[in-house]
Design a protein around this ligand. Structure first.
Ligand SMILES: Cc1cc2nc3c(=O)[nH]c(=O)nc-3n(C[C@H](O)[C@H](O)[C@H](O)COP(=O)(O)OP(=O)(O)OC[C@H]3O[C@@H](n4cnc5c(N)ncnc54)[C@H](O)[C@@H]3O)c2cc1C
Length: 639
């Protein structure tokens, strides 16, 4: 369990360096030298292992600003001579899209500076890059795929098109959905001894979210017979998965939907379906991946829209109803096209960067961007009208003069131990809602309060490099859900072949495994659960996470011959204490009149400062991040 992972073995010979001091950039006015430019291989944050996501070094300044200690210790800002038409805070999809939309209106010569506190661009759309056995393997460190509850808007779909992304065509050409099935692998459930009394991996349980439900495939009894669940629980699982019982007789579909929107799925199961209480543990975390909390805090109606069982006899009419969350309402009506790049939506971030700063990412197609190198030293060159400055935390944003008449902004940021201030014609805050009141202290109090309302959802996405996947093959699984365990799921990487990138096809080859956890505290209101989850993440060390990874993989895959000391090659834990943008939860949030929802009040333009980010759309999707960028830029031109 304690074997040291020789992480550097996987960096393909490239020496990895992290930190602002080592970034070969032209930050603060000096151009990078030719030597530095050629030396780009020394800086590639995507290959970093260990604690990633909101990595050490990215959040400390923002936390000291929140705690009121930053300005007590900070040096006086050095005023930079640089001048920009637009300064964007946040280099996620929303910030990059804002730069794109701004250039469309202002022209290609518009000077734009993007400030980002992490050591890489993309925000949540982050890339994990491994070189296992000398071969490139990729996984998303955050944003997983193009997939939204609603079709992409004209603006977001238009942006994808301009970037060359045709999700339907790519899905058809590049996704290899049948690979694991053709090798006899499917989904299974790991029952942990702490929750279910015995450690046992039971293959053969596929949920509707996986595309095909075991309930309809006739193998459910077989599956249940092999589980450590007692007879009463098994009987009730069969009932809710299969039986067509109307548990709300006498009500119309609309009345049923209304009732289901006001109780949790857990309460629906316990009090309306009247299942044995022991069944809850089996379903408890089925909503975690979508909303970051379990079935105790999600409305039954939203769970119906997500495809959870128990509703098949209720004869609910298709389609959304009032009092549903954004995602659930969208799913009830049908969603967007889907496509997963090998590094998730990090490829979208790369395409955006390529279009903004062509010299930084060579190539010219949506397919070659996946394997293209990034010349990080060219992201912040004063020969380019658009510059991306990493490792730079914005600490203050002010209109110059009165907000109503201001013609420019002053943006102050900290990088390492230095503080700089820079002038811009306008600013788009494409960063998280909860940060904004600390940056923009002059905002009206009501707006600050509204910005504080939305609590981001904490998540952890872990990428584990394995020497081979023969244990998965022996056990017949490619995906394991673990309803009671620390990690909610374990999945072999998505098979997708694009450009020169090839996914492993043989179980003898190295592979990446994705594990996810959504820390929360069942029983509390949703926002409090997210806050508790965030606290948990802040105090959990990488060593402790690593031990939990090894432990769970061993207990799950051990019977298939897995040996964590021998088989684990590398681990990257993407910790997102500030993950998904908060989506209103019909069980806990009031129904505000239109226009008075906190995200609408919070995103109001303030002089030459406008607000983007998916938070300002009160949900967590790439299309929303783009839509909000479009709105924030439009507000600058209509002001
Ligand atoms: C684990 C995970 C999985 C997801 N999966 C999907 C998915 O499959 N599909 C999907 O559509 N969406 C998914 N999302 C939602 C995702 O948040 C959005 O799709 C989108 O990437 C959000 O982009 P954004 O630019 O609005 O925010 P972010 O990506 O959060 O970017 C904002 C950036 O601003 C930076 N910032 C904050 N404060 C400052 C400051 N003071 N100074 C400088 N920079 C600052 C932040 O560090 C961050 O990098 C996922 C999110 C997470 C966390």
């Amino acid at each position: 369990m304690d074997r040291v992972i020789p992480r550097r073995d996987f960096l393909n010979g490239a020496v990895m360096t992290i930190g602002a001091a080592l970034l070969p950039q032209s930050v603060h006015g000096h151009e990078s030298s030719a030597d530095e430019a050629q030396n780009h291989s020394v800086y590639n944050p995507a290959v970093s292992t260990g604690l990633r996501g909101s990595h050490p070094g990215s959040f400390e300044i923002a936390h000291s600003l929140r705690d009121g200690t930053f300005w007590k210790e900070a040096p006086n800002p050095e005023r930079l001579a640089e001048k920009y038409d637009l300064i964007i805070v946040g280099g996620g999809i929303s910030g990059l899209a804002a730069a794109h939309f701004y250039r469309e209106r202002a022209g290609a010569n518009a000077r734009i500076l993007i400030l980002e506190n992490h050591d890489d661009f993309g925000g949540h759309a982050k890339r994990n890059e491994f070189h296992l056995g000398g071969k490139l393997q990729l996984l998303n460190g955050g944003t997983m795929l193009i997939d939204s509850p609603t079709p992409y808007s004209a603006e977001a779909a238009g942006l994808l098109k301009k970037l060359g992304i045709d999700a339907i065509a790519l899905e058809k050409k590049c996704a290899d959905h049948d690979l694991y099935r053709s090798l006899g692998l499917g989904s299974g459930v790991f029952f942990d001894r702490e929750t279910f009394g015995a450690d046992r991996l039971v293959p053969g349980f596929t949920t509707a979210e996986d595309g095909e439900s075991t309930a309809s495939s006739g193998r459910l009894e077989d599956f249940l017979a092999r589980t450590p669940l007692n007879e009463a629980v098994r009987r009730d699982i069969l009932r809710i998965e299969r039986a067509k019982i109307d548990y709300l007789p006498g009500l119309t579909s609309a009345e049923k939907k209304d009732r289901l929107s006001r109780i949790s799925y857990k309460d629906f199961l316990l009090n309306i379906v009247k299942v044995n209480a022991g069944l809850i543990a089996f379903y408890q975390t089925r909503t975690n991946g979508e909303w970051g909390v379990g079935i105790d805090a999600e409305p039954a109606l939203d769970c119906w829209a997500l495809g959870l069982p128990g509703f098949q006899g209720l004869q609910l009419e298709p389609g959304a109803a009032p009092h549903m969350s954004y995602s659930a309402a969208g799913y009830a009506n049908g969603g967007s096209d889907r496509f997963h790049f090998p590094d998730g939506n990090a490829s979208i971030a790369r395409l955006l960067v390529r279009s903004l700063i062509p010299a930084a990412i060579p190539g010219g197609s949506v397919e070659d961007v996946v394997t293209a190198p990034v010349h990080y030293e060219r992201l912040d060159s004063n020969s380019s009208p658009v510059r991306i400055r990493l490792n730079s935390t914005v600490v203050r944003v002010r209109n110059v003069g009165d907000a109503n008449t201001a013609r420019g902004v002053q943006v102050t940021y900290a990088s390492g131990k230095k503080v700089f201030s820079v002038h811009g014609g306008a600013c788009v805050l494409a960063c998280w809602n909860m940060v904004i009141p600390f940056l923009c202290t002059e905002l009206p109090e009501k707006q600050k309060e509204a910005l504080h309302y939305l609590v981001k959802v904490p998540l952890v996405y872990t990428s584990v490099g394995l020497r081979n996947w023969t244990s998965f093959q022996k056990l017949g699984v490619s995906h394991v859900s673990s309803p009671g365990a620390y990690w909610n799921s374990i999945s072999l990487n998505w098979p997708v072949n694009i450009g020169e990138y090839r996914s492993p096809r043989s179980a003898e080859e190295p592979i990446l495994v994705h594990m996810s956890r959504t820390p929360c505290k069942p029983g509390l209101p949703a926002r409090e659960q997210h806050e508790a989850g965030r606290m948990e993440l802040l105090i959990t060390s990488f060593e402790s996470l690593e031990r939990k990874i090894r432990d769970q993989l061993t207990r799950t895959l051990g019977p298939g011959g897995f040996d964590s000391a021998r088989d684990i090659e590398a681990i990257t834990v993407n910790r997102w204490p500030h993950g998904y943008g908060y989506e209103y939860n019909p069980l806990f949030d009031p129904e505000w009149p239109d226009g008075q929802q906190p995200h609408v009040v919070g995103r109001k333009r303030f002089g030459r400062i406008t607000i983007a980010n998916s938070d300002s759309g009160a949900t967590a999707y790439t299309d929303v991040a783009m839509d909000q960028a479009f709105r924030a830029v439009r507000e600058l031109f209509t002001a």
